[in-house]
Design a protein around this ligand. Sequence first.
Ligand SMILES: Nc1ncnc2c1ncn2[C@@H]1O[C@H](COP(=O)(O)OP(=O)(O)OP(=O)(O)O)[C@@H](O)[C@H]1O
Ligand SMILES: [Mg+2]
Length: 338
Amino acid sequence: MSSQPLLEVNHLKTTFATEEGPVTAVDDVTFGVNKGETIGIVGESGCGKSVTSESIMRLLDEKTTKYEGEVLFEGKNLLQLSKADMRDIRGNKISMVFQDPMTSLNPVQTIGDQIAEVIVIHQKVSKGEAFKKAEEMLRLTGIPAPEKRINEYPHEISGGMRQRVLIAMALACRPKVLIADEPTTALDVTIQAQILDLIDELKSELEMGVIMITHDLGVVAEVCQRVVVMYLGQVIEEGEVGTLFSRPLHPYTRGLLKSIPQLDGDRTEKLHVIEGVVPPLTAVPTGCRFAPRCAFADDHCTSKAPVLEEIGDGQKVRCWKADELLKKEGHEHNAATI
Ligand SMILES: Nc1ncnc2c1ncn2[C@@H]1O[C@H](COP(=O)(O)OP(=O)(O)OP(=O)(O)O)[C@@H](O)[C@H]1O
Ligand SMILES: [Mg+2]
């Protein structure tokens, strides 16, 4: 594993100007992704996963969005680059696959034209060469008879195929980093597994760093090496997948893990759900943001905000109670084995 991350997000803060005043959707987010690594970003709806990836790519409307912190890539802070320099990086060195394949494709242009267009923009090659490369990319994504598909329109192919086309477009320029924002939620389970396998294979083949955004911890267990857990705009826990799944430290992460259905579990058992809802960004709690929903919270938690702290084994957690809970469980564990 390389020691220097390929892409480093440091204390990223993204604030929108809204009619109700400024709202900070991403607040002090820090993580990195290495070459050949897939890092998962998980959390409930509205916790800032998409805003984080859109901030890395600088896709948000800059008239109403303020970025703070750093996104370091190849020695440069992307948040400070000119619009033209950022355009060169976007879709070239850093690519993104979005959730909905239909709205991301042009319905009146053939698939080949759309992929070739991306290649022509980013690499100085002729239209003919770009078409050949487009066909190669389609073949790489496992689409059968790509020489025929290339002349078809998006509505002529299935949802799974369209998602493969989007992946082909995102990878056509052989990016160093791929950001996949819920790339499989619109697809059925079999196709979902195929697409995840595909991203994984291409990751190894192209030696990319992948940022996989999902609300599905099953997906994380399958394809990620590390995971970042977000809650209300902040990273509340980070760790290696094995460590975090076997020893989740934050009460929120524990809740998320308990809410995964177990295939071999008792089907009549009620699924665990974290009580309460994520508060709106206009009413962010003081102290720990999760405290109002946390079974362990005390006065200290509701008055003072915890910072993200390294606990060991590369695991980080933003919780005042992490140490105490860990000791208590360690003690109980020892007592049970004596
Ligand atoms: N342009 C905007 N202006 C104001 N608020 C915004 C804007 N875009 C996003 N938000 C808010 O930022 C928060 C984070 O949204 P985001 O889309 O990143 O969530 P998410 O974690 O991707 O959720 P999901 O799982 O539903 O995709 C939400 O409260 C959302 O309403
Ligand atoms: Mg999202």
